[in-house]
Design a protein around this ligand. Structure first.
Ligand code: SAM
Length: 249
């Protein structure tokens, strides 16, 4: 059984997704069950709302891009899509399925901890389904690197630990075919990580509260030269941490 086969916890996300058989079954295993479809739709909805802030202009770096499942969403909003992943097999799959899509401007293999891009060279960095697989020192590295490359926004999802977490884990054990056990951090730990990366939390959006641990966070650069407008999304959840400085407003 492969490391990411049913019933097994992720061990090394840099290595686990290199296997073409894992890549081939990636979307099917996660997002094709009834639960997976609902989750994927709600997750996509949250990402879409976060991306609306770019108002249909700019370039989005999706890292790790995996199979490129959000490429249609990004390009459908009129944005340019750049994908990067450490897994050659994932990038090949992404290229095969989305490489010729209008709006896809680059797909490459690389490490999120050392992004091969200039400072502030993309409008937004989207980092999905990675941070719950890595440890706190690595999360700190990743957030700093995303902050360096993004000119405006960093959008990422996390598994957040709160009082519902044990219930959610039980529910997932019963219904989800994917048994990757996430690292879930508390709100305080996330607040510290975000502040340490010089980011301001603009918005948090639970994907399926309270039956999923996933929360989508949208952060802006604290030192951004182009000050973002206040978040324009209808029905936005309340902000949990916001440190506004003169340079960002
Ligand atoms: C659970 S998948 C998520 C893929 C995609 N973001 C999604 O939402 O479907 C985790 C991905 O992270 C990639 N990955 C792991 N470590 C990485 C790193 N250091 N740099 C870039 N990609 C990495 C893996 O190759 C894999 O494609």
């Amino acid at each position: 059984m492969h490391p990411l086969g049913s019933g097994v916890t992720a061990s090394d996300p840099r290595r686990d997704y290199q296997d073409p058989t894992v890549v081939a079954s990636y979307e099917h295993e996660r997002f094709r069950s009834p639960w997976g479809r609902v989750y994927a739709a709600m997750h996509r909805r949250g990402i879409r709302k976060a991306l609306l802030h770019l108002e249909g202009q700019g370039t989005v770096l999706d890292v790790p891009c995996g199979t490129g499942r959000i490429a249609p969403l990004v390009t459908g909003l009129g944005l340019s899509y750049l994908g990067l992943d450490i897994s050659t097999a994932m990038v090949s799959h992404c290229r095969e399925h989305h490489g010729s899509r209008s709006g896809v401007v680059g797909l490459s293999v690389g490490d999120i901890e050392r992004l091969p891009f200039e400072d502030a060279s993309v409008d937004a960095v989207v980092c999905l389904k990675l941070l719950h697989l890595i440890t706190v020192p690595n999360i700190a590295l990743v957030l700093r690197e995303c902050e360096r490359v993004a000119a405006r926004y960093i959008i990422f999802d996390i598994a957040r630990h709160d009082r519902w977490t044990p219930l959610v884990r039980w529910f997932k054990r019963c219904y989800s075919p994917v048994k990757v056990r996430p690292y879930a951090l508390s709100r305080e730990e996330w607040t510290r990580l975000i502040e340490d990366a010089d980011l301001d939390l603009e918005q948090r959006r639970h994907v399926m509260w309270p039956i999923s641990e996933s929360v989508i966070l949208t952060c802006s650069k604290r030192t951004s030269a182009c000050a973002p407008e206040p978040y324009p999304v209808r029905g936005a959840k309340r902000t949990i941490s916001r440190q506004t400085t003169a340079s960002t407003r």
